[in-house]
Design a protein around this ligand. Structure first.
Ligand SMILES: Nc1ncnc2c1ncn2[C@@H]1O[C@H](COP(=O)(O)OP(=O)(O)OP(=O)(O)O)[C@@H](O)[C@H]1O
Ligand SMILES: [Mg+2]
Length: 246
C-alpha cells in the first residue's frame, strides 16, 4: 500500500437515500490493483450502500470517488462496464428464465464484432474454470443450485475482465464448503491483478484474505488496518469496534 495511486479511492464520502439522512458519513477507503480490501460491519451499517455509491446508484452528497485517477462520483451505472468496473451484488444479478450461456454473454452484447473470437476464447476459459456451467449452459439459470448460480455470477464477472470488482456478501446462503470455493475464486481474481472490494459476514475469512480491512459502524469507518492489526482475539476486537462491548 502506501503512496502509489490507488485503483479506487474514496475520500470523505457522505451519502444517503433521503436528503436529510446520511447513511454513509465521511467514508475514506482505498482498493489497490491485485489486492483485496475487506469491508466488515453489522447488518444495516451501510456496506452495500458503499457499493451502490461507487456504482453511481447513489450520488455522494460530498467527498470524491476516484478510479484510476479519474473522478467517477455519480457515474452513470451503465458506464461501469466500459470503465471495467464489475459488481457482484448481494442479491442475484441473473435472469432466471434465460440460459446460463445467455446470462454469461448478456453484458458483452454491445461489443463490436471483432471481439467475437476473443469472447469465444474467454467463454471457453470460464467453462474450463467452472465445468458444471458448460454442462448446464443451455439450462435456465434459475434452475441451478445456489452455489452454481454463484459460479455463473463469478464467471460473468471474469468474462468482463474488470480491473475493479465489487463483491457484496458472496457466501450468503452457501454451505461452508461452497463458501470456501467462492473465497478461492476471489483470491484468483486478485491474482489476475483485479482490485477487489469484498464484503462478507464471515469476518475471520475476510480478515485472513484481505490486504486491508475496514470496519464500518453506523455509516462510519471505525477501524482500518492490515490483517496483522486485527490479529489476537479477533472476536473481542471486532465486538469492540462494532460497539458491542457492553
Ligand atoms: N433503497 C433504500 N432506501 C432507503 N434506505 C435504505 C435503502 N437501502 C438501504 N437503506 C438503509 O440504509 C442503511 C444501510 O443499509 P445497507 O444495505 O447499506 O447495509 P449493509 O451494511 O449492507 O447491511 P446488510 O449486512 O444487512 O447487507 C440501513 O439503515 C438501510 O435500512
Ligand atoms: Mg448489504
Amino acid at each position: 500500500m502506501g503512496d502509489a495511486q490507488a485503483l479506487l479511492e474514496l475520500r470523505g464520502v457522505t451519502a444517503g437515500y433521503a436528503q436529510d439522512i446520511d447513511v454513509l458519513r465521511d467514508i475514506s477507503l482505498r482498493v489497490e490493483a491485485g489486492r483485496i480490501t475487506g469491508l466488515i460491519g453489522l447488518n444495516g451499517a451501510g456496506k452495500s450502500t458503499i457499493i451502490k455509491t461507487i456504482c453511481g446508484f447513489l450520488p455522494p452528497k460530498s467527498g470524491t470517488i476516484a478510479y484510476a485517477g479519474q473522478d467517477i462520483s455519480g457515474v452513470a451505472p451503465h458506464r461501469l462496464i466500459d470503465l471495467r468496473i464489475c459488481c457482484i451484488p448481494q442479491e442475484s444479478s441473473l435472469f432466471p428464465y434465460l440460459s446460463v450461456q445467455d446470462n454469461l454473454l448478456l453484458p458483452l452484447l454491445g461489443r463490436p464484432r471483432q471481439f467475437a473470437k476473443e469472447m469465444r476464447t474467454r467463454l471457453q476459459e470460464v467453462f474450463d474454470l467452472f465445468p458444471v456451467l458448460h454442462e448446464k449452459r443451455s439450462q435456465p439459470a434459475g434452475s441451478l443450485s445456489g452455489g452454481q448460480q454463484k459460479q455463473v455470477e463469478f464467471a460473468k464477472a471474469w468474462l468482463q475482465q474488470p480491473r475493479l470488482c465489487l463483491i457484496d456478501e458472496p457466501s450468503i446462503g452457501l454451505s461452508p464448503k461452497i463458501s470456501e470455493e467462492v473465497f478461492v475464486w476471489i483470491e484468483k481474481f486478485a491474482q489476475a491483478q483485479m482490485g477487489i472490494l469484498l464484503i462478507d459476514h464471515n469476518v475471520r475469512r475476510v480478515v485472513r484474505m484481505s490486504d486491508r480491512i475496514c470496519v464500518l459502524s453506523l455509516g462510519r469507518i471505525t477501524a482500518d488496518g492490515t490483517p496483522a492489526d486485527f490479529a489476537g482475539d479477533l472476536h473481542q476486537q471486532v465486538q469492540q469496534w462494532l460497539g458491542l462491548n457492553f
